[in-house]
Design a protein around this ligand. Structure first.
Ligand SMILES: [Zn+2]
Length: 248
């Protein structure tokens, strides 16, 4: 990743509330009270993602009360009390179900998240833990492989199936790809988590729409902010979206 175009000629002022450049401050759109979810979200963020201008994880963190972000290249014992607890329990708690979001690979199958959820029935006491890897496709794969032995002990690999025609594809897909490293059709981590919460939360539709609203605003602010620069945002090429993947 090159971030040559991340630097403006003058130092940008950073909003100290949302921690984004003041020109693309999202404070007016981030919920004043972080949204509560019964699902606990744990995100492993690749160190390189922290510097991305379109990093969605910090914004997601501000929107959600139960979202924990770990910076690193692998999940292992000692990183998170919650994951350690899930890993160490001898008799798994029957009402807590953990999953990590990742598409099927040659090595591992992945269960569609609706199917995964319905395998536990409709019991109101079900609680979910959702683990997501935030990085480029390549980094996410590396993080998964490095973490697999640990997480697969207590969590199931799940994926989202989404019909790109339903609402014009992912947000990044339908607008501009502002990343240096576009993977056609990549879904930001924030969007992927929003889609999962729609499935997992009792009021999932509302939570998803709140998150998607913030994300749309973020993308449109970023797009308008970029227009005057000489870096031309890449328009999405149709037909290059077969590598769908959770990515920010
Ligand atoms: Zn702000």
């Amino acid at each position: 990743m090159s971030d040559g175009d991340n630097h403006q000629s003058t130092r940008r002022t950073i909003c100290n509330v949302c921690e984004r450049p003041a020109t693309v401050c999202l404070c007016d759109f981030i919920p004043t009270e972080p949204l509560s979810t019964t699902t606990q979200i744990v995100i492993l963020q690749h160190p390189h993602e922290q510097r991305h201008r379109l990093a969605t994880v910090p914004v997601l963190n501000k929107c959600l009360r139960n979202c924990e972000t770990l910076i690193g290249r692998r999940l292992r014992h000692g990183d998170s009390d919650l994951l350690d607890y899930l890993h160490d329990q001898e008799n798994p708690n029957e009402s807590i179900h953990a999953a990590f979001l990742f598409p099927a690979t040659d090595l591992n199958p992945s269960t569609e998240i609706n199917q995964w959820k319905s395998s536990f029935g409709d019991d109101d006491t079900n609680r979910y833990v959702l683990i997501a890897f935030d990085g480029t496709w390549k980094h996410a794969k590396e993080m998964l492989y490095a973490s697999f032995q640990f997480v697969s002990k207590f969590a199931t690999q799940v994926c989202l199936t989404y019909d790109v025609n339903v609402d014009g594809g992912t947000i990044f897909n339908s607008d501009l790809i502002l990343r240096k490293e576009p993977f056609g059709g990549c879904m930001s981590t924030m969007e992927a988590v929003a889609r999962c919460l729609r499935v997992l939360e009792p009021n999932g539709i509302e939570i998803e729409s709140r998150l998607v609203q913030v994300l749309k605003k973020m993308v449109s602010l970023q797009a308008s902010f970029m227009k005057p620069t000489n870096h031309r945002p890449k328009l999405l090429k149709k037909g290059k979206d077969d590598e769908k993947m959770s990515n920010s």
